[in-house]
Design a protein around this ligand. Structure first.
Ligand SMILES: *Cc1c(COP(=O)(O)O)cnc(C)c1O
Length: 339
């Protein structure tokens, strides 16, 4: 009880993780230079390591996943072009419409299937013919994981082949691609097969304070580098941040399996109490909370020093700073409000 009164558990997102002492030591020791001049050896190493591991020619470090996705969209599409995207996709729904606002790119949002992709029939129907009335359809953007779900591999192959056959480029928002990789037991290159570019977040489950890396062809990355500068994303001695990424790639990838196990145990515990839980595939689970219980449950969790975004469809996220030992305490805190 004493412990439950003191230690905060934060289930709002895997972005809340703090750099570990060892990660901070790696950051403090980083060799740096001016990255706008291409002179930061640690940034260059991070970019090269991720490009190599995922099988692309080049990589580019960004301040955030939002910036990395936007620069990628702008590298693939010009003014008056269009990209096809899921209604639930981060680049469409959670990035303030940046593609349209800052990129002059028209989004063509389409309904997501239960597995997280977009049906080929819907994509086919949305591709515009070359006609003066229409925007030029240039790109298909998908996301993996999406809402914690791993995009099915067969779907990924079919969708990217289909897009390429119709002359579209393909971009993957792989903010949590390492969760998909660990869950599905895939190699990095297998996991992103078919995509012309991939945005990878280091500051989610991997636990760094800042950073995303875009990987793609040399040409795509050069265009993205120009846009990054215009977007205010040209950083100077950013090796301090990139060092955290290199550290995380070595020490925080395999352990994502613990987050997935914890999510499973949390789901099982809540289901045993009578909650309706969407079975998690990775580190994100959704649980139904009766509307009348939302306020009292939220207040009770706050009093128990458990932070969570409670709503009718509550999202709970496990991560580096949610130890396995915390799961029982979380389940216990939900118990009084089970139906
Ligand atoms: C978090 C996230 C991003 C954006 O990352 P920020 O660093 O928060 O800008 C992009 N896509 C997905 C799927 C994400 O979860």
């Amino acid at each position: 009880m004493l412990e439950s009164a003191t230690v905060m558990i934060d289930l709002r997102s895997d972005t809340v993780t703090r750099p570990t002492p060892a990660m901070r030591a790696a950051m403090a020791a980083a060799e740096v230079g001016d990255d706008v001049y291409g002179d930061d050896p640690t940034v260059n190493r991070l970019q090269a390591v991720l490009a190599e591991r995922f099988g692309y020619e080049a990589g580019l470090f960004f301040a955030s996943g939002t910036q990395s996705n936007l620069a990628a969209l702008m590298a693939h599409c010009g003014r008056g072009d269009e990209y096809i995207v899921g209604q639930e996709a981060h680049t469409y729904k959670y990035e303030q419409g940046g593609a349209a606002v800052l990129g002059s790119i028209q989004p063509q949002p389409l309904e997501n299937e239960a597995h997280g992709g977009i049906s080929l029939a819907r994509i086919a129907a949305a591709i515009k013919p070359d006609d003066v009335h229409f925007a030029r359809t240039r790109l298909l953007a998908l996301e993996n994981t999406i809402g914690g779900r791993v995009l099915p591999r067969d779907y990924q192959r079919e969708a990217t082949e289909f897009a390429h056959a119709r002359g579209l480029a393909t971009h993957l928002d792989g903010a949590r691609i390492f969760n998909a990789i660990v869950r599905a037991g895939l190699g990095e290159r297998e996991a992103v097969a078919g995509f012309d570019s991939v945005s990878i977040c280091l500051s989610k489950g991997l636990g760094t304070p800042v950073g995303s890396v875009l990987v793609g062809s040399r040409d795509t990355i050069e265009r993205a580098r120009r846009w990054r500068k215009a977007l205010g994303g040209g950083m100077r001695q950013a090796g301090i941040l990139a060092a955290a990424g290199l550290y995380a790639l070595e020490h925080h990838v395999a352990r994502l399996a613990e987050d997935h196990d914890n999510a499973q145990r949390l789901a099982a515990g809540l289901a045993a109490l009578g909650y309706e839980v969407e079975p998690p595939q990775t580190n994100i689970l959704y649980v139904k909370v009766p509307p009348a219980q939302v306020e009292p449950l939220a207040a009770h969790l706050r009093a128990q020093r458990i932070l969570a975004s409670i709503g009718p469809r509550t999202r709970l996220v496990t991560h580096l700073d949610v130890p396995a030992a915390a799961i029982a305490r979380i389940v216990e805190a939900f118990a009084p409000f089970a139906s």
